[in-house]
Write a protein that binds this ligand. Structure first.
Ligand SMILES: [Zn+2]
Length: 76
């Protein structure tokens, strides 16, 4: 069955990068973020900093060791 209801809207906004995304944590299906493995410590830091989910690309970046805050302008 192909149903328009299966197309998830980008109804969440990533607090880190500001990009729109859809968090599937409340959906019946698996959320894309389940493919990203974050350490327990990192998850704790994320929960302290942001109450909402982040987009998958940010989760991947953080899992890869990126800083919690995106440095928009790198002062040299
Ligand atoms: Zn993001």
């Amino acid at each position: 069955m192909s149903d328009a209801a299966n197309v998830k809207p980008l109804d969440d906004r990533c607090p880190r990068c500001g990009g729109g995304f859809h968090c599937g944590v409340n959906d019946a299906g698996p959320c894309p973020c389940t493919t990203v493995t974050l350490s327990t410590e990192l998850q704790g830091r994320l929960r302290e900093k942001w109450s909402s989910c982040l987009c998958v690309s940010c989760l991947v970046a953080l899992a890869g060791g990126a800083a919690l805050e995106i440095q928009e302008a790198q002062a040299q």
